[in-house]
Design a protein around this ligand. Sequence first.
Ligand SMILES: [Mn+2]
Length: 164
Amino acid sequence: MTPPTIATHRAPDADALCAAWLASRFLFAQQNAQVVFVARSWRPRITGQFSCVVDVGRAHDATQLLFDHKPPAPPDRNAECATTLVWKHLRERGEPISPLQVLVRGVHEGDRRPPLKPSLWLARSRKCGLHRLISRGRAEGRSDEQVLAVAFAWLDGYWFGGTE
Ligand SMILES: [Mn+2]
């Protein structure tokens, strides 16, 4: 059986990676989902091209597993982020992911444009947490796949390993 595919944008940020991780570990648990990177200009035209789309495509439709938060749907890009949209969908499905709320809130805050004065959680994450891992990976010229591997390892540790 072909594994599910999760599309997000190239040069992924914390929101793209966290939303893709939520989809991979909860929507498609134990299915070895593959993350595919597409241009930020990508738009969903063919239904079912990917199993799930996060933080790209400018469409939000949970019935098709399309989770973007940029206009036109919804009109305000800061009201939600891709991670909060996937998280809320998972909660509606009854997944026991409430302990991720602090992380989800921090990722949402970090995705805000323009940014506001960061919370302590976000400032710490940018200094030595998930946000730092991603920005350092990018600054060191790592590939999208390498940045994803590092971020997923951190998130797996955060959730499954009980570290952090
Ligand atoms: Mn985003």
